[in-house]
Every structure is written in structure tokens, then in C-alpha cells.
Design a protein around this ligand. Structure first.
Ligand code: SF4
Length: 112
């Protein structure tokens, strides 16, 4: 599968929210909301919130994207992703993502 790397390094192409959005797949939206409620301990997530084309792709964004400190920081610095940043491996803003998803850091390193 082709990769679509977000600012933090996650692969949006593999994200259920993007797949559900592109295919207008309501069953996948429901399943993703249920999974994320548990995985992220976020009981307020509903299927209606599962609409996103990807962090750096044109189109609709999932709610928290607009306030994501990672994409806001990278955008402010003029970077496409954190992979362009000299502080990548010491940055406290993006560290929590790479702690739970180390492949995201590898994805960013792979862009250079
Ligand atoms: S400071 Fe952190 S969040 Fe900002 S662009 Fe660099 S690595 Fe990304």
C-alpha cells in the first residue's frame, strides 16, 4: 500500500478513518469509532467524527487536526513534516506519538 505520511510520521494511507471517508463506508466509521473509544480511552468518539482524508491531503480533517500541536508547529516552521526538523529526535511535542508508534519515527527518517 502506498504511504501517505502525516506531519508526525503516521501513515494516513493505512488509517481506518481515511479509508472509511474515501469509501463513504459507514460500517467502518462505526467500527473505527468503537475501536478508538477503547484504544484511546475516549468514550465521546462517535462515527460522525470519523471523517478525514489525511493530515497533509486536501479535504476534510478529523476534529483534533485543527488543534494538533504537531501539525501546527511543523506548519509554522514551514516544514511539510517533522522529518525536516533538526529537533525531530529530541522534540517533546511529537515524542508521545513515537513512543506509542515507533514506526512513525522510522517513516519520517525514511523521507530524507
Ligand atoms: S519542533 Fe517538534 S513538532 Fe515542531 S516541527 Fe520539529 S519535530 Fe515537529
Amino acid at each position: 500500500m502506498e504511504k501517505l505520511i502525516s506531519c508526525c510520521g503516521l501513515n494516513c494511507a493505512a488509517c481506518e478513518a481515511r479509508i472509511a471517508t474515501l469509501n463513504d463506508d459507514q460500517a467502518l466509521r462505526e467500527a473505527t469509532a468503537e475501536k478508538w473509544r477503547t484504544e484511546y480511552n475516549a468514550p465521546g468518539i462517535t462515527a460522525d467524527m470519523i471523517n478525514c482524508t489525511g493530515c497533509r491531503a486536501a479535504g476534510v480533517k478529523i476534529g483534533h487536526w485543527h488543534e494538533c500541536k504537531i501539525q501546527l508547529c511543523a506548519t509554522e516552521k514551514g516544514y511539510t513534516t517533522c522529518g525536516e526538523c533538526a529537533d525531530l529526535e529530541t522534540c517533546e511535542i511529537v515524542a508521545f506519538v513515537h513512543k506509542v508508534a515507533p514506526e512513525a519515527l522510522e517513516n519520517l527518517k525514511g523521507l530524507n
